[in-house]
Design a protein around this ligand. Structure first.
Ligand code: UDP
Length: 314
């Protein structure tokens, strides 16, 4: 039975990965300091023979007894609202946390997978974004804390690969949505759906002409699993290449949820990327992967999830 450690395992993506790896027959050790992760995301796994939860900050000393086959580093605040609220923690988990997780993988002879991000491309001047593009990041802007932490994490991962011969993988994850996002994490999909469900105005930042490409979490987890099992050491984009404007998304959500909501325009945050769309040519060729869930199908599942969450909280 492979033994796998996931940092940030109680987060949105981390918890879905815990589920998938247990399904694949792994023993999973889930590490989380719960600053943005939530016990609710893994509550169904507590008591399962193949699952162990440790409340720990990965930037602290990391000791795990016994062997490990895989270390997946997913810990980090990940929504712009969260990482701007937690700037120092974000920088620390991307730098010190990545160093600790890499050190653990090296000590155990485990394969390491880094959850990197499309934010390494910043406000991109090349569209769509291919892995060869080096990006356009403002290091001292409000998003710099996340973007630079992840860029450092990629550099550190490649250094461990080159200098220590560590077996590493890097996933550049584009906008992903689905069940277990926090309703208040500030991301566009969770904001719009929750606003529509409450009958409040949908807050479109700027004129809504900026674009994003949204991947359903089930597709993303499939891509991550294939990457983990592949031989690809270079960074691989994982996301859905279907691109929408933010205003398109607002109209889709309004139509699907119904109700009295309107659209309210707010000012555009500083350094908000104008466009974003993954080129997934590399993932198609090396992983035989591409997303399957259409946006309307994925949104319907996510709307249902948030509807239930809202009912529980009433
Ligand atoms: N956005 C918006 N209204 C919201 C939240 C976000 O118009 O209530 C916009 C945001 O300005 C950005 C896009 O939606 O252009 C995606 O934002 P998100 O925070 O989901 O993630 P990002 O892709 O910026 O990291």
């Amino acid at each position: 039975m492979p033994r796998t450690l996931i940092t940030g395992g109680a987060g949105f993506l981390g918890s879905h990965l815990c589920d998938r790896l247990i399904e694949e027959g792994h023993q999973v050790i889930c590490l989380d300091n719960l600053i943005t992760g939530q016990m609710d995301n893994v509550a169904h796994l507590i008591g399962h023979d193949a699952f162990r939860f440790i409340k720990l900050d990965v930037t602290e000393h990391l000791y795990i007894d016994g062997p490990l086959d895989y270390v997946l580093h997913f810990a980090s605040p990940a929504s712009p609202v969260d990482y701007q609220r937690l700037p120092i923690q974000t920088l620390k988990v991307g730098s010190l946390g990545t160093h600790k997780a890499l050190g653990l993988a090296k000590a155990k002879g485990a394969r390491f997978l880094l959850a990197s991000t499309s934010e390494v491309y910043g406000d991109p001047l090349v569209h769509p974004q291919r892995e060869e593009y080096w990006g356009n990041v403002n290091p001292v802007g409000p998003r710099g804390v996340y973007d630079e932490a992840k860029r450092f994490a990629e550099a550190m991962t490649m250094a461990y690969h080159r200098y220590h011969g560590l077996d590493t993988r890097i996933a550049r994850i584009f906008n992903t949505y689905g069940p277990r996002m926090r309703p208040a994490d500030g991301r566009v999909v969770s904001n719009f759906i929750n606003q529509a469900l409450r009958g409040e105005p949908l807050t479109v930042y700027g004129d809504g002409s900026q674009t994003r490409s949204f991947c359903h979490v089930s597709d993303l987890v499939e891509g991550l699993y294939r990457l983990l099992m592949s031989d690809e050491v270079n960074p691989v984009n994982l996301g859905n290449p279907k691109e929408f404007t933010v205003l398109d998304l607002a109209h889709m959500v309004l139509k699907m949820v119904g109700g009295p909501s309107t659209i309210e325009f707010r000012s555009l945050p500083l350094d908000d990327p104008r466009v974003r769309q993954p080129d997934i040519g590399l993932a198609r060729v090396t992983l035989g992967w591409e997303p399957k869930v259409q946006i309307t199908e994925g949104l319907a599942l996510t709307i249902e999830y948030f509807r239930q969450q809202l009912m529980k909280s009433c």
